[in-house]
Ligand binder design. Structure first.
Ligand code: TRP
Length: 433
């Protein structure tokens, strides 16, 4: 049977962007910026995204495209009998851990959609303390957290077992542009708040003394997380690309879309954070304390709009999160189906069960949540990306690789990326020790 392939480049880019654009852009990016000193972090993030992530994206995609196979098979075909196929293990473990804590945040998004539907964010006189307390109550009530997490996982499970991923993708083609437009509108609204200027300065005036090994690792990790790199997702999607398609432009387009969403989220959130007097380093709750503040003050200026914007916004966020989380769930399921010859239903139930238990533990323990959040982006995805770069730069035949990857990018993949990632890893180990 002929293998399916994406009809054209636009479809490939849209599928990859669907996986890339998610809570990583809207939830994680603003909170990371706030915890790591603002503009200096953004600068390192942008440099990593352009000079490190795009070449890694191209390398990872090259492995999938040239073999038309997903991770385990691709490594086995390119380096038969070697230990490289074990890189495939990262494709199973990492997405499942991510999905566990990602579902906690997905659950919060679901809870906030429900709160907007019940018109909880329309009181223009509500202070930032009130919104902070609402989030605090959600996190403080472990059972509620677990219930919302379960809701989010059931949605994922439903999408995968009913085989409606394609339908969801169609829907995302509508909700993602809506999300974009709403976020741009929120940027303008947020910029108009009294005191917003300090937030803009925070985003554009770098304080270079803030850059250290830890900030560099966090910025790089955020870039990997946001582009879904180093865990085989891009590799698998690229395996569906047609021969004549260009990896470089696909990588650049996907990265540009993804960066745009992150930066816009930053400019939507940070000015309002400063205007409201919220602590920028508040952590994972940052957007859930800030957005309701934005929506409810909107009610003072545009009463009819406030609830509508909130409902539409959280609906769009939910869909963006679903296209990312479904791609993680599929990665886990595919492993058990393809390599353990498990029935699809059983495999899905197994991954669901693990994520439900582990996600619930992340709900109960903030420390476990933080640990998984950092472990995956700062270590597992970064390490996976390093392995992909070393494989393409050192293991594969140069002449073959150069047919698809331009020489300067090949040079970066072979020399710069391994050196930079190893240097940053070492500097973090030294700092901790
Ligand atoms: N990039 C996604 C986001 O920004 C999250 C993500 C991280 C992901 N790793 C992944 C998605 C692996 C799919 C596969 O929200």
């Amino acid at each position: 049977m002929a293998r399916e392939s994406f009809a054209n480049r636009t479809t490939a880019i849209l599928a990859m962007a669907g996986s890339a654009i998610g809570l990583g852009n809207i939830w994680r990016f603003p909170y990371m910026v706030g915890q790591n000193g603002g503009a200096a972090f953004i600068l390192v993030y942008l440099l990593s995204a352009i000079f490190i992530c795009v070449p890694i994206f191209i390398s990872e995609a090259y492995i999938g495209k040239s073999t038309q196979l997903s991770t385990f098979g691709a490594f086995e075909k390119l380096a038969p009998g070697s230990a490289w196929k074990w890189v495939g293990l990262l494709t199973v473990i990492t997405p499942i851990i991510i999905l566990s804590f990602y579902s906690v945040v997905g659950g919060w998004s679901l809870a906030y959609l429900f709160k907007s539907l019940t018109l909880s964010f329309t009181d223009a006189s509500a202070t930032q303390e009130v919104h902070g307390a609402v989030f605090g109550a959600l996190v403080g009530n472990k059972w509620a957290g677990i219930a919302w997490l379960t809701g989010f996982l059931v949605l994922n499970f439903g999408v995968v077992t009913l085989g409606v991923s394609k339908g969801i993708e169609k829907f995302t083609k509508i909700t993602t542009p809506i999300l974009f437009v709403l976020m741009v509108a929120i940027v303008f609204y947020s910029l108009s708040m009294p005191g917003a200027k300090a937030g803009v300065d925070y985003l554009v005036k770098p304080d270079f003394s803030k850059i250290n090994g830890h900030v560099m690792l966090s910025a790089m990790g955020q870039a990997f997380f946001s582009l879904s790199l180093g865990v085989g997702t891009i590799l698998t999607y690229a395996s569906y690309m047609k021969k004549e398609e260009n990896l470089v432009s696909t990588g650049v387009y996907t990265a540009v879309f993804d960066l745009m969403f992150a930066l816009i989220a930053g400019f939507a959130i940070m000015p309002a954070v400063f205007a409201a007097g919220i602590e920028p380093g508040a952590g994972p709750g940052l957007i859930f304390e800030t957005l309701p503040y934005i929506f409810s003050t909107m009610g003072r200026d545009f009463p009819a709009l406030s609830a509508g914007v909130a409902i539409l916004f959280f609906t769009a966020v939910l869909f963006a999160a679903l296209t990312s989380s479904v791609s993680m769930l599929e990665a886990g399921v595919a492993y058990f189906v393809d390599h353990k010859k498990m029935a699809r239903g059983k495999a899905t139930a197994l991954v669901f069960g693990f994520c439900w238990i582990f996600g619930s533990l992340c709900c109960v323990s903030t420390r476990l949540f933080d640990f998984c959040d950092r472990l995956t982006s700062d270590f597992l995805m970064t390490f996976g990306s390093l392995l992909y770069a070393v494989f393409v730069g050192w293991r594969l035949k140069k002449a073959d690789v150069l047919q698809e990857i331009p020489r300067p990018i090949y040079f970066i993949v072979r020399w710069i990326i391994p050196l930079v990632i190893i240097a940053i890893f070492i500097s973090n180990l030294v700092m901790k020790g």
